[in-house]
Design a protein around this ligand. Structure first.
Ligand code: UTP
Length: 297
């Protein structure tokens, strides 16, 4: 069977202003969760979901991302000569299973625009979009769950999560058609609205950073007007596409961390450190000592 989804787009051209000054000279995608840059979690998810072709949308100051996914010949021979085989394996695991292509966005004109610049590289086939900020711990991996839904419904699938009412204004929010039964966690979209005020939100189903899109999204984005800030929003492009074909949402079964804000980033570090066999025990003891207000160990 040929794979239905072969390419995953990682928009990584945003300025990461919420993490300044850390992101002044370093891309936010390279901020580290325990010992891996954030973007590597997403790339591993794509590979584990059977999608090894990675398209990264970059911009100025993002060279560290390209270096990270490039073969580091000198580093490899250094580790090899010293018999540091476990580390060598770790380093090779980053590059061996993937093909990476890069495309520049030029100016950060919004997420919809970032997707649009991949048009030539994607061509006429369905593809995934992963926002690396959303790191999702799930089994099967979040993208794999979505591809399984895509294969069933044969249309664009957006990942959603139910958020607290006070948070709806930070997300694209969907209204769904409850009268269509598509099985557990899958809904058909009635409408989408980008960052609504709490009072205007049609639901609390928020679009999170995983999409399976069909190539007709490119024409929809080309026809989408820029918003007040001069950006092309992906949600607005999807809204236009909804006039032409059904869209679906899927509630992912897993734990999501929004590492694009400071609190979410800190929570993700604690979460993933506690899942690491080499760190869990001493780190848990340290956290417990903080909770009890005794002297940190
Ligand atoms: P965000 O708005 O969360 O990221 O965009 P940002 O702009 O980098 O961060 P802040 O808000 O200034 O702190 C969501 C995703 O879309 C990408 C970002 O890199 C991020 O992965 N993006 C956003 C682009 O690739 N191009 C854009 O023009 C805008």
């Amino acid at each position: 069977m040929t794979a239905s989804i072969r390419k995953a787009v990682f928009p990584a051209a945003g300025l990461g202003t919420r993490f300044l000054p850390a992101t002044k000279a370093q891309p936010k995608e390279m901020l580290v969760l325990v010992d891996k840059p954030v973007i590597q979690y997403g790339v591993e998810e794509a590979v584990q979901s059977g999608v090894p072709n990675i398209v990264i949308v970059t911009g100025r100051g993002k060279n560290a991302i390209e270096d990270h996914f490039d073969v580091a010949v000198e580093l490899e021979s250094y580790l090899e000569q010293r018999g540091k085989n476990a580390l060598l394996d770790e380093i090779r695991k980053i590059t061996q299973p993937i093909n990476v292509a890069y495309v520049r966005q030029g100016e950060p004109l919004g997420l919809g625009h970032a997707v649009l610049v991949t048009k030539t590289l994607i061509g006429d086939e369905p593809f995934a979009v992963i926002l690396g900020d959303d790191v999702i711990d799930a089994n099967p991996p979040a993208l794999r769950q979505m591809i399984d839904v895509y294969e069933r419904v044969q249309g664009p699938v957006l990942a959603v999560e139910r958020v607290a009412p006070e948070d709806v204004s930070s997300y694209g929010i969907v209204a769904v058609d409850e009268s269509v039964d598509l099985g557990r966690r899958v809904h058909r979209v009635k409408d989408l609205v980008e960052k609504p005020a709490r009072a205007d939100a049609p639901s609390n189903l928020a679009i999170i950073g995983r999409y399976i899109l069909t190539p007709d999204i490119f024409a929809a984005l080309e026809a989408t007007a820029r918003d007040g800030g001069g950006e092309i929003q992906l949600t607005n492009g999807l809204r236009r596409l909804l006039r032409e074909r059904p869209l679906y949402v899927y509630e992912i079964d897993g734990v999501r961390h929004d590492t694009g804000n400071k609190l979410g980033f800190l929570k993700a570090i604690v979460y993933f450190a506690l899942r690491r066999p080499d760190l869990a025990e001493p780190f848990r003891r340290y956290l417990e000592s903080l909770e009890m207000g005794v002297r940190p160990r």
